[in-house]
Design a protein around this ligand. Structure first.
Ligand code: NAG
Length: 309
């Protein structure tokens, strides 16, 4: 009987201390969690245990990300602000060293400046999908040496900053599908060549000579390229298709021939005119023009290519 009374009192106390709109439980790894889904908050309410490790605020009314609001949670592991109205991430020297997962999908982000996430150098997962991000910089992700998952899908990214991946030596999964990317900078993956899960579909890839790096990369790492449908993923390197030029529209980048990738004239020039410029450039490379009437040059070429007898 006494036990029942005690249990009743305990549950009553728990109900009283829980914030309205939130419920306390534990995540799959038993971290103390507060779930305040769609509860109308615009900032972190007072009253949570400082030992809380997971704070979920999806579909609330946060209009800024204030790092200091989370500072009292000294062991914070995950913050979920999916579906709020955050317009920017302000770089801060304030540190949340334990933060591992940050969800900012479906907010109002339009750009991310240098060092946006230096406040949380321990991040392993960063979700920025379904925003309106147009621009990133070489230093947007500075300091994220442990980041394994970066989701930038469904944004308006036009240009991949040349050195954007350099601060991310641990990257394993990179979501870039559904953006406006035309070109991948040369050596973009040079810091960490192999990214095991790569999503590049639904971008207007421009299949010209400047896409040579991606073309070669896809050839080397074909099996790492995926598409997803909700939680289902499948390997599909042919999901990376040309949007331009018109005659290659819809062709998988991987199956475009090297010569077609670099032929800008194919559409306009009549057939048969292709070989001349190529021969001329080989001649220039060898230091003479094979199209000239210079007989010594022709002689040189002939002796060069004749098999020994
Ligand atoms: C949080 O609570 C909502 C209902 O309020 C539920 O739908 C959702 O699945 C919960 N989130 C997690 C991660 O348990």
């Amino acid at each position: 009987m006494q036990l029942f009374v005690l249990l009743f009192l305990l549950s009553h106390v728990a109900m009283v201390t829980a914030l309205s709109g939130c419920h306390s439980d534990r995540d799959k790894d038993h971290r103390p969690r507060e779930n305040c889904t769609a509860a109308g908050f615009s900032d972190v309410p007072a009253g949570f245990e400082p030992s809380t490790k997971v704070l979920l605020f999806p579909n609330n009314l946060f209009s800024s990300l204030s790092w200091s609001s989370f500072q009292i949670f000294t062991e914070i592991y995950e913050i979920d602000l999916t579906g709020n109205k955050v317009p920017e991430v302000v770089s801060s020297i304030l540190i949340l060293p334990s933060l591992s997962v940050l969800r900012l999908g479906s907010n109002h982000l339009t750009s991310l400046s240098d060092g946006s996430f230096v406040a949380c150098p321990g991040l392993t997962e960063l979700y920025l999908d379904n925003n309106a991000i147009e621009s990133l910089s070489d230093h947007t992700f500075s300091g994220l040496s442990k980041l394994e998952i970066l989701d930038l899908s469904s944004n308006r990214i036009k240009v991949l900053p040349e050195l954007m991946l350099h601060p991310l030596p641990a990257i394993e999964t990179l979501f870039l599908e559904k953006n406006k990317i035309k070109v991948m900078p040369d050596d973009w993956f040079s810091q960490k060549e192999e990214v095991p899960y790569l999503y590049l579909s639904d971008n207007p890839w421009a299949c010209s000579c400047s896409l040579g790096y991606l073309h070669t990369y896809l050839d080397d790492y074909e099996l790492n390229v995926y598409v997803r449908d909700g939680p289902l993923i499948k390997s599909d390197a042919e999901s990376v298709v040309c949007d331009s030029p018109q005659w290659l529209k819809g062709t998988p980048v991987m199956s475009v021939k090297d010569s077609d990738l670099c032929s800008t004239m194919k559409e306009s020039a009549p057939p048969g005119d292709f070989d001349e410029p190529r021969w001329r450039s080989i001649g220039q490379f060898l230091g003479f023009s094979i199209l000239s009437n210079d007989t010594s040059a022709r002689g040189l070429l002939r002796t060069d290519i004749e098999p020994p007898t």
